[in-house]
Design a protein around this ligand. Structure first.
Ligand SMILES: CC(C)(COP(=O)(O)OP(=O)(O)OC[C@H]1O[C@@H](n2cnc3c(N)ncnc32)[C@H](O)[C@@H]1OP(=O)(O)O)[C@@H](O)C(=O)NCCC(=O)NCCS
Length: 224
């Protein structure tokens, strides 16, 4: 955890209830990414195989250390508890062989109508535009389906792909924060926000377009 979000505008009670109810009922991510569903404890081994890669786990401060089936089961169960409270959710995509190919999780502060999402794509698929497409899908999910007023993000200072991705999506960098890992260590992070009105500034990345054309299935693209 970190001292985020920075912007804290109180949401109406009705909006808070709507946001919590939406998270509690969500089963599939839907929208631009088809096939991402709420993670269940039985997905722990597959999620561990996705996230244990050096290019993923160590870059995400919310991940447990070490990453294995046991710690991922706890991670998934914690997200199911968040979902039951209506303040967080974890989606995972799988391919036909049952391999986890991407994850997307959301931390929600209903009282301020603001969400933070995290995600990763399989190591072998990185740098080919899939993350760009997933990032756009995440923004759309938060604004168009969940319906928050604002999204915040944090990135490691040296995570060039994430930094480019967030800039491209229309996020504005608002200084830095100290992120706290589950093991108690800390990491300085760049802090970003985007308001719902700014989503129309979302740029279309050439790489994102390539990934969409390259993905399996018709519209909406499936990242399995
Ligand atoms: C971050 C992540 C989701 C991005 O997805 P991706 O498929 O690898 O990235 P893309 O190919 O869509 O590229 C995203 C941007 O980074 C740029 N990029 C790609 N490879 C790069 C590299 N080696 N160095 C710098 N920039 C790079 C792309 O040009 C693109 O920018 P553009 O839209 O301005 O052209 C993915 O790399 C990932 O899962 N990383 C590990 C986990 C992680 O860091 N998650 C985010 C935590 S905040």
């Amino acid at each position: 955890m970190a001292d985020i979000p920075k912007t804290r505008t109180i949401a109406a009670d009705e909006e808070q209830r709507r946001l919590r109810d939406f998270v509690r009922r969500a089963e599939w991510m839907n929208g631009r990414i088809a096939g991402a569903r709420v993670a269940q404890p039985g997905d722990a081994a597959a999620l561990a195989r996705l996230l244990a890669h050096d290019s993923i786990g160590p870059r995400i401060y919310t991940m447990p250390n070490p990453i294995n089936a046991e710690t991922m089961k706890v991670f998934i169960e914690d997200h199911l508890a968040q979902r039951a409270r209506g303040d967080g959710i974890l989606f995972v995509s799988f391919n036909a062989d049952g391999e986890a190919t991407a994850y997307f999780d959301v931390e929600l502060w209903p009282q301020w109508s603001i969400a933070k999402f995290g995600g990763a794509v399989k190591a072998e698929r990185q740098g080919r535009g899939f993350g760009g497409a997933c990032g756009l899908a995440a923004v759309e999910w938060c604004f168009d389906q969940l319906g928050v007023a604002r999204i915040c993000e944090t990135t490691a200072r040296d995570n060039d792909r994430s930094i480019r991705l967030l800039s491209r999506l229309g996020f504005r960098q608002l200084g830095e924060v100290i992120s706290h890992r589950p093991d108690g260590t800390t990491r300085p992070s760049l802090y970003w926000e985007m308001e719902r009105e700014d989503r129309y500034a979302v740029g279309s990345s050439r790489r994102t377009t390539i990934a969409q054309q390259d993905s399996v299935g018709a519209a909406p693209p499936n990242f399995s």
